[in-house]
Design a protein around this ligand. Structure first.
Ligand code: MN
Length: 253
């Protein structure tokens, strides 16, 4: 991380290019001092995201191919591979075995395996990974294709079991936690299985809401408050822990 620019907060999973004004959304994240990972759903969005993020201190673009789009966009994997040398961050990638996307699971597994293989070959990539109803499959593929030291997985909006969480920690994964995850007893209990040194914050904006409007990166303060309440520690301690984790994660930037 550029030591001249110290962020205040971290939003490690936000779709800045899906707000009505992409450039304005980037500018708001930058002005608020939020280290924001601008994830993308298709590699066609990479050039614009990279260009806008490149002018900032705190916004980073991630090269993605969303599992929910793999059925129709599988041919874009070639484009994803072509852009990979330009990308430090990869995402949104992963698997989705929910009822709407289960049918494309074999194609998703093929694409995600290739993505992990290419990241392992390149080394040093940080991946924001979707795992809805597919936690075990995601962890199996990570274990098989991305050996420790060849890349780092950040599990976004994790909804697996405690056993899965413990396994993910053992595999070296981080977790980007959002407010919705902590709205349920199950989510708060799951948080207890994750050590503080693996926790990052996210909004997944604009797909989540705060006060009836799409969440913005600066809204991660609410996530810090919720984590602090669940773990009975001070929000400031959670905030500094998350920044430490980001520093460790992005050390090679
Ligand atoms: Mn997302």
């Amino acid at each position: 991380m550029n030591t001249n620019a110290t962020p205040r907060l971290v939003d490690l999973h936000c779709h800045l290019d899906l707000y009505p004004d992409h450039a304005a959304a980037v500018a708001r994240a930058e002005a608020a001092g939020v280290y924001t990972l601008a994830v993308t759903t298709t590699p066609r969005a990479w050039p614009q995201n990279r260009q806008l993020a490149g002018r900032t201190r705190f916004v980073r673009a991630a090269l993605g191919l969303h599992p929910q789009l793999v059925a129709e966009h599988a041919s874009e994997l070639t484009l994803w591979e072509r852009y990979l040398p330009e990308a430090k961050y990869v995402g949104e990638v992963g698997l989705d075995a929910g009822p709407r996307f289960n049918r494309s699971l074999p194609a998703q597994v093929a694409a995600f395996s290739t993505i992990l293989d290419r990241c392992a070959e390149a080394g040093g990539k940080i991946l924001s990974v979707h795992s809805t109803r597919a936690t075990r499959d995601v962890l199996d593929l990570v274990e098989r294709c991305l050996p420790p030291g060849r890349g780092t997985v950040v599990l976004h909006w994790f909804t697996g079991s405690k056993v899965d969480a413990v396994r993910a920690v053992r595999l070296g994964c981080y977790f980007s936690v959002n407010l919705q995850m902590l709205n349920t007893d199950r989510g708060r209990a799951l948080l207890g299985a994750i050590p503080l040194d693996r926790i990052l914050t996210e909004t997944d904006g604009p797909f989540t809401n705060v006060a009836g409007r799409p969440a913005e990166p600066a809204d991660v303060t609410l996530v810090l408050d919720a984590i602090a309440a669940a773990r009975q520690v001070k929000p400031a301690d959670v905030a500094s822990g998350v920044l430490d984790n980001l520093r460790r994660l992005a050390a090679a930037e």
